[in-house]
Design a protein around this ligand. Structure first.
Ligand SMILES: Cc1ncc(COP(=O)(O)O)c(C=O)c1O
Length: 307
């Protein structure tokens, strides 16, 4: 991922230069992970000049509002949408970028708690091209177990949860793999370090259910909708580790990478032919590249003020 930041950020209800978007060392969220975030791709809109197109932004705003609610912060979808709109208006670009809104406990203090805590919303962005090789990645099975919903609310995209993702991702890279696959506390396949997982067996597209301690990904949901339209049979059900190792196809999904086909898991090579993955990746790409008449409502233009 690029670390080239967009020139403007949004902090404490206003747009500021990225360099000036700073918080105190005593910020609660910095110490306790008491924050929730979203991640969206923005790209120059092919149909509306001076606009950036976002993929299903209303679902991202809803998930962030609900994530914040789980932390006790009351931020509506409309409030988030309006702050993201201000951020995009300040950052016109001819290159795609990643938008990161964060609802964070902005209180200064040393008590880990969520009552009587002030929250703020910040937004910043980084330029982002292709995040992961579309010709396939290698995965290990993480030695870390995916967190569980009775320990931390996994319906939310809560910052503190990502310590586990970071451990798993770095373990994978240190072992020479691109990505990690988490098993959950029941030993079933959960997801990647920050992506959902699918496998194909005998022509059926299978993904863990929303009760498998996964984050309910917006790309995951979109893939399930596209598969239904392409008449690909789908099952949302638990997946055993050995099933995954013997899958005909497997891939990860997420906003940044969209679809990342898996070539190998540990020492197991998956078949190079992947017709279902290819069909779904093409269908999704046609929509996001605005080459398809299907699902035009998934691509929403936001006005970007030209310089
Ligand atoms: C833990 C986790 N799972 C799955 C996903 C994929 O979700 P989405 O498709 O909404 O980006 C993400 C990324 O947001 C994530 O952080």
């Amino acid at each position: 991922m690029s670390d080239q930041f967009l020139p403007f950020a949004y902090l404490q209800n206003k747009v500021v230069q990225f360099e000036d978007a700073n918080v105190s060392v005593a910020t609660h969220a910095l110490h306790y992970g008491t924050a929730a975030f979203a991640g969206m791709r923005a790209q120059p809109d092919a149909k509306s000049p001076n606009h950036m197109a976002l993929f299903r932004p209303e679902l991202h705003f809803k998930r962030l509002s609900e994530s914040a609610k789980l932390l006790g912060a009351n931020i509506t979808e409309d409030e988030i949408a309006s702050k993201v709109a201000d951020f995009i208006a300040a950052n016109p670009s001819d290159k795609p970028y990643y938008v990161r809104p964060l609802v964070y406990a902005s209180e200064l203090g040393v008590v880990p708690k969520l009552h009587d805590v002030a929250f703020d919303v910040l937004v910043y962005g980084v330029y982002m091209g292709d995040y992961m090789a579309s010709d396939g990645i290698t995965c290990c099975i993480a030695s870390w177990t995916r967190s569980e919903d009775r320990a931390i609310p996994l319906r939310g995209k809560i910052s503190g949860t990502y310590v586990s993702s970071a451990l798993a991702k770095s373990e994978a890279v240190n072992r020479g793999f691109d990505e990690a696959i988490f098993l959950n506390s029941r030993g079933k396949v959960a997801e990647g370090s920050a992506m959902n997982i699918f496998m194909v067996k005998n022509g059926v597209l299978i993904t863990p259910p929303v009760t498998a301690d996964i984050l309910e990904g917006i790309t995951r949901r979109s893939i399930l909708e596209l598969a239904t339209e392409l008449n690909i049979p789908i099952q949302e059900r638990e997946i055993d580790r050995s099933e995954l190792l013997l899958a005909n196809e497997a891939f990860l999904t997420g906003t940044a990478a969209r679809i990342a086909p898996i070539n190998t898991i540990e020492q197991f090579n998956l078949p190079k032919e992947r017709p279902v993955t290819t069909a779904l990746a093409e269908a999704l790409k046609n929509i996001v590249d605005q080459h398809s008449d299907q699902h035009q409502d998934w691509i929403v233009p936001f006005s970007a003020r030209s310089e």
